[in-house]
Design a protein around this ligand. Structure first.
Ligand code: DHB
Ligand code: FE
Length: 283
């Protein structure tokens, strides 16, 4: 059986990708951020998962506004980095796990989550920056990736609760797969930021830290928060953190936090990174 052995959440700030690609991670402004990711890099390298399911959002790069699926799953064998206006990032092609992805699609649809099936899709910074933050600059990504793309950029967006329940359905899908696979799930986006309009530059450290506390101990509370409230607290784009609830839904109620990192600012954005696994105490 395949098993989700742990989860992590991380911001996917595109500028961090540019700093990594440009070899500037040791510059004084950026160093503390990348230091905060060192435990995650080590943890993931030691864990050696077969597959990482990455919950992320596209930012009108891989998809245009012609089509906006609410939930989409990448069923292809490979996904190219998207051209976001400056040419694609020079990072490895992302290799999918088509067989598991198709199994998950069948299971999710039977479980009332009508996923859009993506047989071809380019992946933008929402997916590639977390891979860079968690793996550095390898020749090839050291695991297969199943991209799950959530619409958080165009209204109406799925509710926080729906994202959390998707995580639970993903767990059922993975655990009903017939092959032994070590699977990690990643939730990306956030933390607080707004990059347009009068509130551009908004950062809310108090809410971000409260959110991480609740994500650990009582995530169901976070599912009751409305979109309007999320936007008020973390900004229109910071709303991306509802995808962290998908990761959390795929884990047990009781989790241990293996790493927790929060930093402000990365230019105009708060950055957060948390690793969780099912609590050994409840095993
Ligand atoms: C920015 C873009 C993002 O998609 C994000 O999650 C955080 C920051 C930006 O353009 O600064
Ligand atoms: Fe984003």
């Amino acid at each position: 059986m395949a098993e989700i052995v742990a989860g992590f959440c991380t911001s996917h700030v595109p500028l961090l990708g540019r700093v990594i690609d440009g070899g500037r991670t040791q510059e004084p402004y950026w160093k503390p951020i990348f230091q905060g990711y060192e435990p995650t890099k080590k943890w993931l390298a030691d864990l050696k998962p077969d597959v990482v399911i990455v919950i992320y959002n596209d930012h009108a790069n891989g998809f245009s506004f012609k089509y906006t699926p609410t939930f989409a799953i990448g069923c292809a064998d490979e996904f190219n980095p998207a051209d976001e206006g400056h040419g694609p990032r020079h990072v490895p092609v992302v290799h999918g796990h088509s067989r598991l992805a198709w199994h998950m699609t069948e299971s999710l649809v039977a479980d009332q989550f009508d996923m859009t099936i993506m047989n071809e899709m380019d992946v933008d910074h929402g997916l590639t920056v977390p891979l860079s933050l968690a793996c550095g600059q390898p020749e090839a990504w050291p695991f297969k990736v199943i991209p799950i793309c959530v619409n958080v950029i165009q209204y109406p967006q799925p509710t926080a609760e729906r994202c959390y329940l998707l995580g639970k359905a993903i767990r059922r899908a993975v655990e009903s797969y017939d092959e032994d696979l070590k699977v990690v799930i990643a939730g990306t986006g956030g933390m607080s930021h707004q990059i347009h309009g009068a509130r551009s530059g908004l950062i809310n450290q108090k809410f971000d830290n409260w959110f991480i506390d609740k994500l650990t101990t009582s995530p169901a509370e976070l599912t009751k928060i409305s979109h309007a409230e999320y936007v008020r607290e973390v900004g229109a784009e910071g709303m991306e953190i509802i995808m962290w609830l998908t990761m959390r839904g795929a884990l047990d109620d009781n989790v241990d936090v293996l790493h927790r990192f929060y930093h402000v600012p990365a230019m105009n954005t708060a950055v957060g990174n948390v690793i969780m696994q099912n609590s050994r105490a409840s095993a």
